[in-house]
Write a protein that binds this ligand. Structure first.
Ligand SMILES: *Cc1c(COP(=O)(O)O)cnc(C)c1O
Length: 377
């Protein structure tokens, strides 16, 4: 494909996507297909000879769309509202066009620098304490991860390294392996499954702290678990992972006092904090070491974009993320934040919150693909 054909096909593809989204409510939200539907529809191996764009294009409706769950349908109420918007799609196109792999500043200075500034913008939008921002000479800063799961894992690894170093300086007789064996991470029993998985990958034992009947963990519940463990192990090595909406400053004070790395995973709820009326739910974040939320869930930036901040960049420097390569993901934040403005995004959050409450009162939470009774096309 040369540039002339790319121009032509690019326009066709933009039209196709615009048509798809404009008329998405006419499609059935969840496909009728059975598992394994696709394999019989395509060849056993890749073609030896090149095929035309037309050949590939016509298979989109024939092979792909019949098996697509339409996340952007107005009748889709499963999982979470995967945010997307035209500005984000256009930015992603530019990201693909530039096609840089920004693993270091020199690998593409704009890629690193725009991300740093966008995370400051976003941090200010949710009113994060100054310490989390990079500014011109701050010690904190943000990074875009592909997912909240990665953010939690990165936080756990950073906490692990920091605490191992600290213990080694106090008790040089302990080997790294011995210290590793004594680490414990604590999470609310309401925490997302990715938190347990981070501990599994990071080889750190994890314990649940029981929540109460409001699904909150209170400081006394955490203290009880910590006290039990002190009897068992002699190290004060703890990472605390809490899920937002269950956050009580008492826990954070305790974490702070006990020298606990505190990570807040607000993957879903976080976007709402751009609205002043919801921001109080984040009170206490000033005591955390790291914080993340997913603009790709609720802030009109398409997947993947999980924003993560730390108070001390030096805890991460050199290990900002799991992969070496990184896409120019900050472009989609830049486009969306500028073209909606904070006010536009606040309106969006308020609208979705309103819709969700209406839906919730009608059908309740089913935790699976569902749509409003009578509205299924
Ligand atoms: C959705 C969600 C996650 C997982 O998000 P990914 O970005 O898909 O890894 C983690 N934690 C919470 C609280 C979530 O809502």
């Amino acid at each position: 494909m040369d540039a002339a054909e790319f121009r032509k096909r690019g326009k066709e593809m933009v039209n196709y996507v615009a048509d798809y989204l404009e008329k998405i409510e006419k499609r059935q939200v969840f496909p009728d297909v059975e598992p394994g539907y696709l394999r019989p529809l395509i060849a056993d191996c890749a073609p030896q000879d090149p095929e035309s764009f037309e050949d590939v294009f016509k298979d989109i409706e024939k092979i792909i769309m019949p098996g697509v769950t339409h996340w952007h349908s107005p009748y889709f109420f499963a999982y979470f509202p995967a945010a997307s918007s035209f500005p984000a799609l256009l930015a992603d196109m530019l990201c693909g066009g530039i096609g840089c792999v920004g693993f270091s500043w020199a690998a593409s200075p704009a890629c690193t620098e725009l991300e740093t500034v966008m995370l400051d913008w976003l941090g200010k939008m949710v009113n994060l304490p100054e310490e989390f921002l990079a500014g011109k000479d701050g010690q904190g800063g943000g990074v875009i991860q592909g997912s909240a799961s990665e953010a939690t894992l990165i936080a756990l690894l950073a906490a692990r390294t920091k605490i191992i170093r600290q213990v080694q300086s106090e008790k040089p007789e302990l080997t790294e392996t011995e210290i590793m064996g004594r680490l414990v991470a604590y999470a609310s029993d309401q925490a997302h499954s990715s938190v347990e998985r981070a501990a599994l990958i990071g080889a750190v034992k994890i314990k649940n702290v029981p929540s109460d009947d409001t699904f909150s963990v209170c400081g006394s519940a955490l203290k009880k678990v910590l006290d039990e463990d002190k009897a068992l192990v002699s190290c004060k090595i703890i990472g605390l992972f809490n899920q937002l909406f269950n956050l009580f400053p008492s826990i954070i004070f305790l974490g702070n006092k006990e020298n606990i790395w505190m990570h807040i995973d607000a993957a879903y709820a976080g976007s709402a904090f751009i609205c002043p009326e919801f921001r109080h739910l984040l009170n206490g974040v000033e005591f955390a070491d790291s914080f993340n939320f997913n603009p790709h869930k609720w802030l009109l930036v398409n997947f993947d974009c999980s924003a993560m901040w730390v108070k001390k960049r030096s805890d991460l420097t050199g290990h900002w993320q799991i992969p070496l390569g990184r896409r120019f993901r900050s472009l989609k934040l830049w486009f969306v934040l500028r073209m909606y403005g904070v006010k536009g995004l606040q309106e969006h959050i308020r609208k979705v919150t309103g819709n969700f409450l209406v839906w919730y009162s009608l059908v309740g939470w089913q935790g699976k693909v569902s749509w409003l009774p009578g509205c299924s096309p």
